[in-house]
Structure formats: structure tokens, C-alpha cells
Design a protein around this ligand. Sequence first.
Ligand code: HEM
Ligand SMILES: *[C@@H]1O[C@H](CO)[C@@H](O)[C@H](O)[C@H]1NC(C)=O
Length: 543
Amino acid sequence: MGNILDYLTTMGLFQQLFWIFSLATAILILAYHAFLVIYYPSNLPRVGADKGNAWSAMRKQFNTDCLSLLNEVYENYSKKGKSVLIPVFGPHDEVILPPSSLAWLCRQPDNVLSSLDAQIDSIQPHHSLGNKFAYDPWGGMLIKTDLNSAIETVCAVLNDELSAAFSACFGDDCDNWKEIDLFPACRIIGGRATLRFTLGDSPEGRRLCADEGFVQSCYDVLDGMLDTAGAMASSLKIFRRFVGPWASRAMPGKLRDLAKCIEPLYQERMKFLRDQPTEKDSEPQDLIQMMLQYAVNERPEEANNLDDIAKRLALSNFGTMHQTIITLHNLILNIIDSDTEFDTVSTLRDEVTSVLGQGSDTTSKQWTKSKVAAMVRADSVARETLRVNSFIGRTVQRLVVAPSGVMTPDGIQLRRGTMVSILAHQSQTDEDYFKDPFKFDPFRFSREREAAADEVTGHPGLNHLSMVSTSAKYLAFSHGRHACPGRFLVDFELKMIMAYAVKNYDLEFPEQYEGKRPPNSWFSGFGIPPLEAKIRVKRKKSV
Ligand code: HEM
Ligand SMILES: *[C@@H]1O[C@H](CO)[C@@H](O)[C@H](O)[C@H]1NC(C)=O
């Protein structure tokens, strides 16, 4: 030490400052990284440790066959009320809490267990879009507060959008079967329906919904965000800030394209806000208008920046489009798959007819919120699809953010930085709760609900079994305070798309499928749909 001090005194002032500065920086960086290394308490079970399995072997099992690992975790730990540490994708670990801790988990305040920080960790929007879009997600807040009025509007007009989207993807041929790639078709149909809600309530917005280049641009940005999230998940946290710019290198170009596409819409809507701020009646009832209105009042610097608004749209589309399209894809496959045994298609057709009235062709503006809500069988088909084909494997994911950590109900003190979650798929397919748990039974929930219908009004009972009612056995939308607020829109969208499809088309699988849908696969904790699946469609002659 003395030698170093002697050495320092022989240096000039600038050299001294330089070394002191470097040393201080190095210490700061080390201290910062020390926070990113998470220590787990010794009384937290490590999966496989009791069988003498190496952690690396468990990680390998997660990477090659996460379903088998998560199934064992559910049986050996979750069902016994025990928390357990498991390896997850990349170099990361996560604490799987038992379903018995769900109520406790949902009760924790955001400054102890944070949903936002967990979402940021998995989506990495601070890298794909920028810090303020990640840490100040006001767009999501609008979904929570203002969704209802927009749903009413969407109900009335969605069928026009669906009519055009279905013609573009399924065609109008009433005489010949047509084989189509289902996933790209769902991206167009589900995407246009969602965009109709997001920005379709003005001439410029309607033009954009029908503009293939624009819809593609939305998906380019969305795919870029998914790619960024995937690359970041493979990286150790300490390297993430260096990996970030590389992982998101394609984003600026994609976002520029998106901004270019929406510029006319942006001008149209901003002009509206400038010229007619009091004429509420003619104000477009869609998400982008709510967002711009909010931005003008609360975030004026963003409102005046087209690139910022494009990024807000990108974040919103990420929430509204990705899982909705995957669910739609599973839903259509399940309807066809179950048709032979359950007569799913004609049951749904009958329901649409009884809701809309005889002889209806489902065009024009006959749909209302209450009509959509009356489709209890379609509701059951959607809920059952999310039950057996949930995209997320782990749900109610939270990051421990309290500086002093948090104590789980089973007495384990978790430190700040620990990620916790509950298994969704295994909870939803638990044989102790569901008969034939892996079977897609389209009317599993509506049978019970119709049996419990109100004798006077005929309204179905057991609302807790509806598609939007989350529970410990239905976790695809998560549960509690942060449960997906978009599910009320998904509900309407899926039912109307389903209604349109069965009323206007005959549907079947290509012969080589032998009546069975291609299965989903599990990868890195997610239920991945068979993206290459094909179906055959034929337009029904209008009645
Ligand atoms: C089938 C489609 C969808 C599924 C399965 C789904 C699922 C989820 C899940 C699991 C969460 C995490 C909740 C938590 O952290 O506990 C979430 C959050 C969220 N979703 Fe969805 N979602 C879907 C569609 C949508 C749509 C269409 C919208 C917008 C209209 C939307 C808006 C949001 C927002 C704003 C959040 C953040 C909520 C918060 O942090 O409090 N989602 N979603
Ligand atoms: C779960 O328990 C079974 C039976 O004791 C055992 O064979 C298996 O290795 C355990 N799996 C895990 C992941 O702990």
C-alpha cells in the first residue's frame, strides 16, 4: 500500500486524478454487478438436488424438454405447497411458487413484488424501444381505464372488417375447397380485427387496416421485439447492456417504417385534436385517439414526436396482437379437431343464429355487446382453448424489488432480484380438478353454465366459469390486480371471429391430418402453436 502511495505522489496531478477516477469506476461497476448476482437461501429447494442431479443437467432438461421438467415440478413441489428453484431459459433461474401461494402473491404491493419489472425483464422493451417506453407504460393504463367505450364501438363495426379480412384470406369460392396456411391467415384476420380497435375508427385508420404493407410493418416490429427479447434472455444480466444494442439492431429501421406508415393517420388525428377539441361525438373511438389525447395532456413532448407515437403503437401492438393471434390459431384448430365428436361447428352456428335472429347473414351492424356476451358456448370454446393451449407456461410472474426481499408463505426469505411465478399449464390441466384434463372439450364450461341458467331470464349461471374470469385453475391471463386487462376485448374479438368463420365457411383439415390437429410443442417455457398447420375452407352459399 505504502509503495502505491509513494508511486502516486511521484505522478502529476492529472495522472493521479486519472487513476483515482479509473479505480472508482471499477469499484462502482463491480458493486453494481454484485447486485445483479442473486443469492438464494439454503432452505429453498433446488429442483433435482434431492436426487443428486447436477444443476447443469436440470438446465439441460429445461432446454430440451421443459414440459417434462415442469410436470415433475408441479407434482413434486407445487401440489405439496412447496416453493422450488428451477433453471429457466438462458442462464437464468426462477422460483416456482405453489398454487397455494397464489392469493398471497396477488396481494403483494408493487413495491415488493413487481409485475412491471417482471414484464420488462421478459420483454426487454427498454432495449427494443427505449427506456421511457418500458418504465412509463401509460398506454397499458389506458386499457385498464378506457377499454369499455371502445369495445362498444368495435362491436358495431367489426363485422365489416372481418368480412374483408376473411375474403382476403379464406376467399369467396362457394364451390371449391381451398387449402390455406392457418397462422398467416390468423395474423391477417386477428391482426386486422385488433387494429380496427386500435386505430380503425377514422377514414385514415380504416385505410391502414386494409393496407397489407402496414399490417406487415406492425408484425415486422413485433417480430423484432420478440427477437430482441429472445436474444436478451440468452444473455447473463451483467452483459445485457452490451448485448442490448446488438440484439435490437434491426429495430430502428423497422420503427422508421412503422412511423412512415402511420404519418398520415398521425396528422389526421392531431388535426382533429387541434381543431375540434370539444366535439366529442365525432371523435374517433379507438385506442390511438385515447393515446394521443392522453399524450397531448400528459406527455406533450411525446405527442409532438411521430417517432415516439410509433413506439407507443409498437408497445401497444405487442400487448394486443401477439397472444391474441396465437389463441385464435389454437381456437380454429380446436374447433375443427373437436367437430366430429362434439358437433362443434353446427353448435356454434346455432348459437350465432339464436343470438342474431333467424336468416341473418351476419353482415351489417347487428352485433351489440349484449349479443356477443350471450354466446355462452362460444365463450366456453375460447376458455377451453386457453385452458389446454395456454401460450405462457409460467404466470403471475413477479420480480422481488423490495430492498429487504420478501418472505414466502412457506417461510423462504427471497432476495431482491429473484423472479417468482406459478405454473399455468399444469394448474389448468390438473387431473384432480378436470376430467380428462388434456382433452379439448369445447362445451366443458357451457354445459355447467347452461344447467345453472336463471329460470326467468335464461341467462347462463356460474359467471366464474366465463372466459374472462381468472382463477387458480385458469391462469392464461394471470390473476389478481394485474391480470390482463385486455381480456375483455379478446373476449369480444374471438367470439365475433368465431361467429363469422362458422357462419360463412365450412372448415376441415387436409386429409393427411386424419381429423387431428397438429399438436402444440413446449419450448423454453412457452406453448408454441404448430405454425405450419393448414386447413381447408369453403365459403357457404349465403342464405
Ligand atoms: C389471448 C390474448 C392475451 C393473453 C393470453 C394475454 C395475457 C396476459 C398476461 C399473462 C399478462 C400478465 C399479467 C401479469 O403480469 O400478471 C398480460 C398483461 C397485460 N395485457 Fe394481455 N393478454 C392478451 C391480450 C391482450 C390484449 C388484446 C390487450 C389490450 C387490448 C392486452 C393488454 C395487456 C396489458 C395492458 C397488460 C399489463 C397489465 C398490468 O401490468 O397490470 N392483452 N396479458
Ligand atoms: C419427482 O419425483 C419422482 C418420484 O420420486 C422422481 O423420480 C423425480 O426425479 C422427481 N423429479 C424432480 C424434478 O424432482
